[in-house]
Write a protein that binds this ligand. Structure first.
Ligand SMILES: *Cc1c(COP(=O)(O)O)cnc(C)c1O
Length: 233
């Protein structure tokens, strides 16, 4: 793997931030800031350091060992670390110990373990519940139907703070269908917000669909390829 040249990384970030700003300006649902999370899985710590120098403060990782190595190499920067990948129950302890946010909680067992294993000296883990919005058999995420029960459990867990919902719509559907999926997520978030005052985050939108996600009310986007180029995995 080669370190990216700083100019292209900086150009990519400037382009992305412009896409984000433009879509936010057009969205009837936009209010407040949009959190840009650079999905840095499969990319080097050196590239994260450059992205930070270009103003990106939050990074998303999906593979635990890879993430922990990069965290150690970047300890001098104060970055926000987001776990965005599928969670196996034997991996919850290091996730609870090392991350600030988890976007991919999709079952009660995982939520309970993360809360039990969150060290007391850290702030509560900030969490989003992942919805399998396109109902793909192979994807993680709970259903909208099962969401109330999961949310009720999560808000009672002492070391988690429920912040919102996350989704990755199917890649093989049309842009209109993706937009419908994002719209369904916005409605689900509005219901959750009505119940729990800590809820403020709708985590959706990746390199290819940032615009539609923001038009439908995303408050956090997770962008890899558009920032760092293709991944090595
Ligand atoms: C990798 C990843 C992203 C970023 O995807 P890109 O298409 O490279 O922007 C976003 N969300 C999740 C959950 C991911 O795993």
């Amino acid at each position: 793997m080669r370190v990216m040249d700083e100019q292209s990384l900086s150009d990519n970030i400037a382009n992305l931030l412009q896409r984000v700003r433009r879509s936010a300006g057009k969205s009837q649902y936009h209010n407040g800031d949009i959190l840009v999370i650079a999905a840095s899985k499969g990319h080097l710590a050196a590239d994260i350091r450059t992205a930070h120098a270009c103003g990106i403060m939050h990074f998303g990782e999906s593979y635990l060992q890879e993430a922990i190595k990069k965290m150690a190499a970047l300890e001098d920067l104060h970055l926000g670390w987001h776990f965005i990948g599928p969670i196996q129950s034997n991996k919850t302890a290091p996730i609870a110990q090392n991350f600030d946010w988890v976007h991919s909680i999709d079952r009660i067992k995982i939520a309970r373990r993360l809360s039990e294993q969150r060290p007391q000296h850290l702030l509560p883990l900030q969490v989003c519940l992942q919805i399998n919005i396109s109902k793909e058999a192979s994807k993680s995420g709970t259903t909208i139907d099962a969401l109330p029960e999961l949310a009720t459990t999560v808000v009672e867990l002492p070391n988690l703070q429920l912040r919102g919902l996350m989704a990755v719509p199917a890649a093989n559907i049309s842009a209109d269908e993706q937009r419908d999926a994002f719209s369904e997520m916005r409605e689900a978030l509005a219901q959750l917000k009505g119940l729990y005052s800590s809820v403020d985050t709708l985590s959706m939108g990746m390199s290819a669909d940032v615009e539609n996600a923001i038009l439908e009310g995303a408050t956090a986007v997770r962008v890899g390829t558009a920032i760092f180029g293709p991944r090595n995995r």
